[in-house]
Design a protein around this ligand. Structure first.
Ligand code: G3H
Length: 256
C-alpha cells in the first residue's frame, strides 16, 4: 500500500491536467490551474506535496494560466496549430503558436496533418512541424500523432520519426478528441522511437500518453512501461495528458 501511495504521488507530477471543452471559461481555467499547483488541496502533512507537470488549455486561456501558475513549477501547455484536426493553413498555425507563446505558454501541443501523412506527403508533414518548432522559440513542442488515425504500427513509427527529425521535444499519442486515445501498444512504439532517437542523436525527447486515461491504475501501467523502456520517468521525459484522471488518483490516494 505504501508503494502505491508513493507511485500515486509521483503520478501527479507527470500529469498535464487538461481542460479542452467547448464551454471552458476563465473560472474553469483558474480552477484547473489552482488544482494543478496544489492537487492534494487538503492538509496532507507532506513536506514536498506534488504539483502537476502542467496545465493544458486553449490558446485564449494561455495568459490567464501563465498568470496563475507564475512562480510555481507548473508549466502552461497550450494546444495550437489548428488543434485537433490540423486542417488550417500553416500561416494560421504559426500565428496561433506565436500568440500562445507571447501569452506565456511554455509548451505547445500540435497535431500532425494526418491527411497529408496518409496521402504520403511526408515532406509537407515534416516541414510543417519544423516551421511550428521554429515558431515555438523557447517553448517545448509536443507533436501529437493521433495514433487512432494511423493504420498500423509502421505508420506510427514513421510519423514519430518524421516528428523527431522535424524537432519535436515530445511525441504525444492523441488529441483526446479522436475516435480513440492512448494504447499501451502505441505508447510503447513512441517510447522505443524516443529511446532510439536519443541513442542516435544524443538529443533527449519525451513521450506523452494522452486521451481516455481515466483510471489511476491504468495510468500507473503506462508509467511502468515508460520506466521499463525509457529509464526512470520524470516530468522531463514522460507525461500523461488527461482531463479526469486526477479525480481517480485522489480517490485512490485517499484509500491507500
Ligand atoms: O492531452 C490531453 C487530452 O486531450 C485529454 O484527453 P481526455 O479528455 O480523454 O483525458
Amino acid at each position: 500500500m505504501k508503494t502505491d501511495h508513493t507511485k500515486l504521488l509521483q503520478l501527479i507530477t507527470l500529469l498535464d491536467l487538461t481542460t479542452l471543452t467547448a464551454v471552458d471559461n476563465e473560472d474553469d481555467v483558474a480552477m484547473l490551474c489552482q488544482r494543478a499547483v496544489e492537487p492534494l488541496g487538503y492538509d496532507h502533512g507532506l513536506e514536498n506535496p506534488p504539483s502537476c507537470a502542467a496545465v493544458c488549455v486553449w490558446p485564449v486561456f494561455a495568459g490567464l494560466a501563465a498568470d496563475i501558475t507564475e512562480g510555481t513549477s507548473v508549466g502552461v501547455a497550450c494546444v495550437a496549430g489548428g488543434f485537433p484536426f490540423a486542417q488550417t493553413p500553416l500561416t494560421s498555425k504559426i500565428s496561433e503558436i506565436h500568440y500562445a507563446v507571447d501569452e506565456g505558454a511554455s509548451e505547445i501541443d500540435v497535431a500532425i496533418n494526418r491527411g497529408a501523412f496518409l496521402a504520403g506527403e511526408l515532406e509537407e508533414v515534416h516541414d510543417e512541424i519544423a516551421a511550428m518548432k521554429d515558431a515555438c522559440s523557447g517553448a517545448h513542442l509536443k507533436v501529437i500523432l493521433e495514433t487512432c488515425d494511423l493504420p498500423h504500427e509502421d505508420a506510427v513509427r514513421q510519423a514519430a520519426q518524421i516528428a523527431l527529425q522535424a524537432g519535436a521535444d515530445f511525441l504525444k499519442t492523441s488529441t483526446g478528441m479522436g475516435r480513440a486515445g492512448a494504447t499501451m501498444a502505441d505508447v510503447g512504439v513512441l517510447l522505443e522511437e524516443a529511446v532510439a532517437w536519443e541513442a542516435a542523436t544524443g538529443r533527449a525527447v519525451g513521450v506523452k500518453a494522452a486521451g481516455g486515461i481515466k483510471s489511476a491504475y491504468d495510468a500507473l501501467d503506462y508509467v511502468e512501461l515508460a520506466n521499463s523502456l525509457h529509464g526512470p520517468v520524470s516530468p522531463v521525459n514522460f507525461r500523461i495528458g488527461a482531463s479526469s484522471l486526477l479525480d481517480d488518483v485522489l480517490a485512490q490516494l485517499a484509500g491507500s
